[in-house]
Design a protein around this ligand. Structure first.
Ligand SMILES: Cc1cc2nc3c(=O)[nH]c(=O)nc-3n(C[C@H](O)[C@H](O)[C@H](O)COP(=O)(O)OP(=O)(O)OC[C@H]3O[C@@H](n4cnc5c(N)ncnc54)[C@H](O)[C@@H]3O)c2cc1C
Length: 451
């Protein structure tokens, strides 16, 4: 990975040439702040539906610089929040509609990848959660009962191991609603597709403030019918928004390519995305070029919502992820780790995403995906399209159309809370591994966090 690239995925593309910054005042129909998946899907869907609209996207670094160019590449047809959370928010029928809509997003993304001829290692292998202890198995059963969309299929130990031969597996959950991609290739190609559709992108352009349909940047002000805030884990940097979305860290490491003999030991021929059943779970993908990328939380949160995630990943985090990889696949002892990186994702106070439009304030928003935003950002883009075009559609009636109204507590409570919760989950995982029984600490962490 080159020293300058913030992830292996971005480094793999080669040197990135930034588009020109904004250097004048503009009057447009829609101004989108942030060129990650949320901002770009919104621009793409809007321009295709209404080519007469003038749309600009303002990005502080370059398209894909944020979580969209750094993630695990799971295009996951699930959403943060359990069925009972969504039931409480919008009722049972709305929760079901939410579940179908997010499952459908996987196919929608696949269709655009095909239409725009995007080469991003797309593979629809579904997703597999592995339980390595009795409490984890219990957790997977609970997840199955609480799933928002089509319930995933419960697998016994032999069925799970037949897919992926991980050590000590007691069983698993399988859902077909997930695909794997090389995320930076997808987000960079999407930026090009936005331009082909007639949208304009300005990079190296930081928005310092959004107010009443105006986005302020050092090079000029953009006055718009609506400004869309698509800044996810970076939102806390903007004036007045420090407590809206908590920037949560996630880190990844990447192995060298595995030898054929290693793959035949592990299996994993279906190319499913894989995670374990721990409270502090790890997520994995088998990459298109035969490596394993594995990620997890690392240092979960930095004081005062800092987001500077470009320096090296702490050694301890790399060591922990490597140890988790080897505990799943002991046959990989000695495998080389070729890259490590990290990034921030946005977490709303109720741990569920939100999409919305306030016409009076000429402001729209989407985010708070809690680490499940790749497919969700596509659904958010289509939902925002319908909201902005005043269409009354199935999407605009989804229960996630709502304000991000709850606020995180001020510091130092925010820091102590975030670290305390993850310390509890860590302790719960350790106790459950030792005792084989569910730990009440995880329940306490759920209660404190409001999950
Ligand atoms: C390590 C990691 C692994 C993950 N794995 C997965 C996964 O496998 N599957 C999944 O579904 N989700 C995953 N996620 C989450 C997922 O990547 C995000 O939810 C998704 O990419 C969010 O897209 P976004 O466009 O909303 O935000 P981002 O991609 O973060 O984009 C926000 C953009 O806004 C720009 N910006 C910020 N502030 C300003 C400003 N003031 N002015 C102008 N521009 C600004 C940033 O530079 C950035 O490019 C992961 C996240 C991380 C960090």
């Amino acid at each position: 990975m080159s020293a300058a690239a913030p992830s292996h995925w971005l480094a793999e593309i080669g040197p990135i040439e930034s588009r020109a910054p904004l250097e004048e005042d503009l009057d447009v129909d829609v101004c989108i702040v942030g060129a990650g998946f949320t901002g770009l899907w919104t621009a793409y869907e809007l321009r295709r539906a209404a080519p007469e609209l003038e749309i600009v996207v303002l990005e502080s670094r370059y398209a894909g610089f944020g979580a969209s160019g750094r993630n695990g590449g799971w295009v996951l047809g699930e959403l943060a929040g359990s069925r009972s959370h969504w039931d409480r928010l919008g009722g049972a029928e709305a929760a079901r509609a939410m579940g179908s809509a997010i499952e459908d997003a996987v196919g929608q993304i696949e269709a655009v990848i095909e239409r725009e001829r995007i080469d991003c290692g797309l593979h629809r292998g579904g997703t597999l959660a592995l339980a390595c202890s009795a409490p984890q198995m219990r957790g997977l059963r609970r997840e199955q009962a609480q799933s928002l969309g089509e319930p995933p299929r419960l697998l016994d130990a032999a069925q799970a191991a037949e897919r992926v031969a991980a050590a000590g597996v007691r069983g698993g959950l399988y859902s077909p609603h997930c695909a794997r991609v090389q995320p930076a290739k997808l987000v960079r190609a999407l930026a090009d597709a936005v331009e082909r559709a007639g949208g304009r992108l300005f990079e190296s352009t930081t928005v310092s403030e959004i107010e009443d349909g105006v986005a302020l940047t050092p090079g000029g002000r953009v006055r718009a019918g609506v400004v869309v805030r698509a800044t996810e884990g970076y939102t806390a940097r903007m004036r007045g928004l420090r407590r809206a979305l908590l920037p949560m860290n996630s880190a990844m490491i990447l192995t060298e390519p595995l030898a054929e003999a290693q793959w035949s030991q592990i299996g994993w021929a279906g190319g499913e995305t894989v995670r374990d059943g721990a409270h502090r779970f790890v997520y994995l993908q088998r990459t298109a070029d035969g490596r394993i990328a594995i990620g997890g939380r690392g240092v979960p949160y930095r004081f005062a919502s800092r987001t500077d995630r470009e320096g090296p990943v702490p050694e301890q985090t790399v060591g922990e992820l490597r140890a988790r990889l080897l505990s799943l696949f002991p046959g990989l002892a000695g495998i080389g780790i070729e890259a490590a990186w990290h990034g921030v994702l946005g977490v709303s106070r109720d741990w569920m995403p939100a999409v919305g439009l306030d016409r009076a304030r000429r402001l729209a928003w989407a985010g708070g995906y809690v680490g499940e935003g790749v497919a969700a950002a596509n659904l958010a883009g289509r939902t925002l399209r319908d909201l902005l075009l005043d269409r009354d559609s199935e999407l605009t009636r989804l229960p996630w159309v709502r304000p991000i109204e709850l606020r995180w507590p001020p510091e130092p409570l925010r820091y102590l809370g975030a670290h305390g919760i993850y310390a509890l989950y860590r302790a719960a995982d350790e106790r459950e591994t030792r005792s084989g029984r569910p730990s009440a600490l995880a329940r306490v962490a759920d209660l404190i966090s409001g999950r």
